[in-house]
Write a protein of this length. Structure first.
Length: 181
């Protein structure tokens, strides 16, 4: 499947597997999250990550203050997920550092994502591995994903210090604390 076909499948409400700068992911357009839970056998209450092609797109979904903007400027695109205020809740957002993922995001718009795997199993590193999941509309093949660590996830909430939710590809000591901004 090429990028145009993947974007069309997503707009039609399907789930597409695609390469990122860490592992293969599953993507849906906002509002179709339940499909990912079904495919992965994953509890529906677990949060998904919103991937965007630009910080401006993120601002349509989350509140971006000066502190969040500084992390975006320093670490995006890349394996850093920022959990930011989103109305009465929060939402993790990131821009992947993978040309095919960025091309898909520009073609399809912001996408809700998670790793391509059955819940609790290792994530897919190839299109063939991702394609083993049942119920996909298709797979965008970008070769072997780098693998290794998933994205580092940090929360940047008003009135609170930066909190590491998940240590990942970017070591939290490299991120520093708020005093380094």
């Amino acid at each position: 499947m090429d990028v145009a076909a993947a974007a069309a499948a997503l707009r039609a409400g399907g789930v597409v597997a695609f390469p990122t700068d860490t592992v293969y992911g599953l993507a849906v357009i906002p509002g179709r999250e339940a499909l990912i839970s079904e495919i992965k056998g994953r509890p529906a209450e677990l949060p998904l990550i919103l991937m965007v092609a630009s910080p401006a797109e993120a601002e349509r979904f989350v509140a971006v203050d000066a502190r969040a903007r500084s992390y975006m400027e320093r670490w995006w695109p890349g394996p850093l997920t920022l959990v930011l205020p989103a109305g009465d809740s929060t939402l993790g957002v990131r821009i992947p550092d993978h040309p095919l993922a960025l091309e898909l995001l520009r073609a399809a718009g912001p996408l809700l994502t998670t790793s391509a795997n059955r819940h609790g199993e290792p994530p897919a590193l190839t299109a063939a591995e991702a394609g083993l999941l049942p119920g996909l509309a298709g797979v965008l093949d970008g070769g072997r994903a780098p693998g290794g660590e998933p994205s580092t996830v940090i929360a940047l909430l008003a009135g609170q210090e930066m909190t590491v939710i998940r240590e990942g590809a970017i070591s939290s000591h490299l991120l520093g604390g708020d005093e380094h901004l």
